[in-house]
Ligand binder design. Structure first.
Ligand SMILES: [Zn+2]
Length: 496
């Protein structure tokens, strides 16, 4: 390794260390932080992000990156790392100090207003703030630049390479294929799932989640699970990747599939190459690919019949009064029941994407000035009626349900759907490439699937875009047919 490249990787490692301290503070924020520590925590966070920005954009480092861009002796991977860092540097220097300050004021105010509006079911409390957020996003898009659509600049922050045009094609498939298929399922005889809302002792649910995570290959020596109000996973370093979960005594899904989901995210973070910590090669490719990992484990594996052939005994042993009387097949059908609702995070595997579609249409319309913030509740409710045939009972349970817009995160929602669609495509290839994968899952042997994901996705980090990774693994770009075929094969069986 050249001296220059060594200095480059050491500097990024150092920034990675600072970032990991910020991550730990973020984790503590959600898990243990006492209420009164809010003020000092904001100062700590501001200090950490300021330090990262300073170190990353320091004149010496910028000079080093410029020199490395000309260095012909670098390996292919090294030169991709340098190029990607340079792209980030260009982006970071586009925003001046005034903009960053204005952004931080608008966002911190928006969160408070959103919270009050949601608690009091009063959209007008959030309206003005949201208008400022939308204006801020438009300004960001202009500063960052785009070729076709301002929304592309926002998408690019979460899913590099994704565009409004590509998403419109994907969501047209959702509308034309998934919506009618979903309606055809709703017209069939419904499956029985009320037993999933019996009483399930919290500690026993927790114990099952630990068993399940161990079986997936989640390394408890390099992570832990804790309770938090909102489940999430966070990777400080491949040797410290934590997950959180929540539990509801009367809803088995709250803990089990959320643990599998967050476990999927965590396996990705634990599988990143520690040697490249801080470099693009050592971080996740995109939010869409991250979500493909969590959804693959949660749905393609964790809601499959094969998976529960291996694990149903855990449920039956822990909760004999409920599952002693329920056949495996009925359990499998129940955990896959389709039921339209108005809350995104409670949605079934299919209707979930209709929730995302609505948010995508709204965000694009806002960016195109085709809709005004004040008309959002009405627009929202009409879309829910149109796509999900449900009446939204209140703005709290409607347009105010998600925190994302108050964070200024327009462009984020589509990554949830993209993740599921990537998951279906990747899993279909895993099934082809791993001999007898189904039989292995039925025996609870998941290690080959994990190694396959490690080799094909995790260790590549951000060396390639999601589109490139998808092509390398599956031979083609993101193709919605995989998801549609997966859904049809599964639900035709359940609702026959
Ligand atoms: Zn997720």
């Amino acid at each position: 390794m050249s001296e220059q490249y060594k200095a480059f990787s050491e500097h990024l490692h150092k920034i990675g260390v600072v970032g990991s301290i910020g991550g730990l503070l973020g984790w503590d924020n959600e898990v243990y932080k006492p209420e009164k520590a809010m003020g000092i925590r904001s100062e700590q966070n501001a200090f950490i992000s300021g330090l990262i920005h300073e170190e990353f954009t320091s004149a010496d480092f910028v000079k080093l990156v410029q020199a490395l861009l000309e260095d012909k002796s670098l390996s292919k991977e090294q030169s991709i790392n340098v190029t990607k860092v340079n792209e980030d540097l260009i982006k970071q220097t586009k925003f001046n100090k005034e903009f960053i300050q204005k952004q931080s004021v608008i966002i911190s105010e928006a969160f408070g207003k959103w919270h009050a509006a949601k608690t009091q079911n009063n959209f007008s409390l959030f309206e003005e703030s949201l208008e400022k957020v939308v204006a801020l996003c438009k300004e960001s898009a202009e500063i960052l630049g785009y070729e076709e659509h301002p929304y592309d600049a926002l998408l690019d922050m979460y899913e590099p390479g994704m565009t409004t045009k590509k998403l419109k094609v994907i969501f047209a498939n959702v509308k034309e294929q998934l919506v009618p298929y979903y309606n055809s399922l709703l017209a069939k005889k419904q499956v029985e799932a009320s037993f999933l809302h019996n009483k399930f002792e919290k500690q026993k649910q927790w114990d099952i989640s630990i068993e399940i995570l161990k079986q997936m290959g989640y390394d408890f020596g390099a992570g832990r699970q804790d309770y938090a109000p909102h489940p999430f996973s966070i990777g400080m370093h491949p040797t410290d990747v934590r997950i959180t979960t929540r539990v509801d005594e009367h809803n088995l899904s709250e803990l089990i599939w959320s643990a599998i989901h967050e476990g999927g995210h965590a396996l990705y973070e634990q599988g990143l190459d520690a040697e490249y910590f801080g470099q693009p090669q050592g971080v996740a490719a995109s939010l869409g690919i991250h979500e493909s990992q969590s959804r693959l484990w949660e749905n393609n594996v964790g809601r499959s019949l094969s998976y529960w052939k291996a694990n149903y005994h855990l449920m039956q042993n822990a909760f004999p009064e409920t599952f002693g009387k329920v056949e495996l097949m009925d359990f499998y059908k129940a955990i896959n029941k389709v039921e339209p609702g108005f809350i995104r995070t409670n949605a079934d595997e299919i209707s979930y994407h209709l929730h995302v579609l609505i948010r995508f249409e709204i965000e694009v319309a806002l960016m195109e000035d085709k809709i005004k913030v004040k008309d959002l509740p009405e627009f929202w409710n009409a879309k829910y009626k149109e796509y999900l045939a449900v009446d939204v009972p209140s703005n709290t349970l409607g347009v105010l349900q998600d925190v994302h817009w108050s964070h200024g995160s327009l462009g984020y929602f589509p990554t949830y759907s993209i993740g599921s669609f990537y998951a279906a495509q990747l899993f279909s290839h895993a099934e082809k490439q791993i001999p007898q994968l189904k039989e292995k899952i039925e025996k609870g042997e998941l290690s080959e699937l994990l190694s396959w994901l490690r080799t094909n996705i995790h260790v590549k980090g951000k060396l390639y875009t999601s589109e490139e990774i998808c092509e390398q693994v599956t031979g083609e770009k993101l193709n919605f047919d995989y998801f549609m075929n997966y859904v049809k094969a599964k639900y035709d069986g359940i609702y026959k």
